[in-house]
Design a protein around this ligand. Structure first.
Ligand code: KG4
Ligand code: ZN
Length: 386
């Protein structure tokens, strides 16, 4: 028998965020701590794996303790530990998984090995705990008033209708992964399409770097694109077969590089790092806007086809790129149903989403023996249903 309410501690260290969170019944965020290393990596223009791993070691245990403190819970009140097993940077994953294994053994808690990409979708199931005067007044999942996602755009909705419904179509787009997945239910999904090369966020980051916009690139590029003309330059949208929902961003990336070289009067041998200093502000704005439009159109085209084929009840966008207002707007404009997306801090990497998916693992009995937990840097989502 499971307890009436279940508090799962989530641990996430797949990239450059050291994160821990406690989530009740897969939905209610009791705490959500994220120690970001962005300032450390920004000076190198991207995440340096060795530095990330070292920073995780320093931050991990204090972050876990903060998550328990913020939740006002002790170890006796934690029902299980969910940890990102992959994909991600191996050195970073090792710190999180080693911590989770040790804590699971020490405190005799079941352990859940979570796929980070799948967990991004669960940001859409999360809601904040109401302000409580004492920890004994913990809410049950059904007593919490919903917030979040597009719900606020839609006016009043009933509590349960806030939760995404199945079948659920998810566009998962972040710095390390990009796929379109159809969930028939928790644990039952079909990967409909994925990138053949760069992840969407990675493409944003690389073009932002070319334009000298800093790191992380996505938000900076979106800001720059606001001042540009999205049709100033026409970049190619890769087509990968008539029925395919896969996509590719290497072509558009190269096209932006070539256009930038042409605009500054240089040939294709000019290194991308030399271009930012030579481009005018307007050229940068127009390149950013035209590139962003191409990537977003590519993603939205695929989501629309998937929607028409499968008629899901809910469409969610998840992962760091889901923070893009331009992507949200375009999906809203072209899809016949509302889309769900989480607040900004839950779209990017966090441990609350890991804890949320951990709850569904717990309900399904999908535990992992601490001795068998493996950090897998290239862990895939494999279709479970066809
Ligand atoms: O999910 P996430 O925090 O980390 C990974 O698991 O990769 O996603 C980070 C990615 C970065 O590539 C970042 O540039 C991108 O999300 N991103 C955006 C925006 N905000 C973040 N991309 C486009 N537009 C944005 N507004
Ligand atoms: Zn992520």
């Amino acid at each position: 028998m499971y307890p009436r309410t279940m508090n799962i501690l989530g641990i996430e260290t797949s990239c450059d965020e050291t994160a821990a969170a406690v989530v009740q019944d897969g939905r209610i965020i009791l705490s959500n701590i994220v120690a970001s290393q962005i300032d450390i990596h920004a000076q190198f223009g991207g995440v340096v794996p060795e530095i990330a791993a070292r920073s995780h070691i320093e931050a991990m245990l204090p972050v876990v303790q903060q998550a328990l403190d913020q939740a006002q819970l002790n170890w006796d009140q934690i029902d299980g530990i969910a940890v990102t097993a992959g994909p991600g940077l191996l050195g970073s994953l090792l710190i999180g998984t080693l911590t989770a294994r040790t804590l699971a053994e020490l405190h005799h808690k079941p352990l859940y090995a979570i796929n980070h990409v799948e967990a991004h979708v669960y940001a859409n199931f999360l809601q904040p705990a109401p302000l409580l005067s004492s920890p004994t007044e913990r809410p049950s999942a059904s007593s919490v008033y919903p917030m979040s996602s597009a719900a606020s755009d839609r006016g009043s909705r009933s509590q349960d209708s806030h939760q995404p419904q199945f079948p659920l179509l998810a566009l998962i787009v972040s710095g390390g992964h990009s796929q379109i997945v159809l969930f028939q239910d928790h644990h039952h999904y079909q990967v409909l399409g994925q990138t053949q090369d760069d992840a969407a966020g990675e493409a944003f980051d690389k073009i932002a770097k070319l334009l000298g916009l800093g790191f992380p690139g996505g938000p900076a590029l979106e800001k720059t694109a606001k001042n540009g003309n999205p049709t100033a330059y026409i970049f190619p949208k890769a087509k990968l077969g008539k029925d395919s929902l896969d996509y590719s961003f290497s072509g558009v990336k190269t096209a932006v590089l070539r256009k930038a070289q042409e605009l500054v009067g240089k040939d294709h041998t000019t290194h991308s790092s030399a271009l930012a200093a030579l481009l005018t502000e307007q050229q940068k704005n127009d390149l950013a806007a035209s590139f962003q439009k191409t990537v977003i159109d590519t993603l939205v085209d695929r989501v629309l086809i998937a929607y028409e084929r499968h008629h899901p009840q809910t469409v969610v966008i998840a992962g760091g790129v889901a923070a893009s207002q331009a992507l949200r707007n375009e999906l809203k404009r072209r899809l016949p149903i509302d889309i769900n997306y989480a607040p900004m801090n839950l779209c990017t990497d966090n441990a609350a989403m890991i804890a949320s998916l951990g709850y569904w693992y717990a309900l399904n009995g999908k535990t992992t023996d601490p001795h068998d937990l493996v950090a897998d840097s290239s862990l895939q989502m494999h279709s479970t249903a066809h």
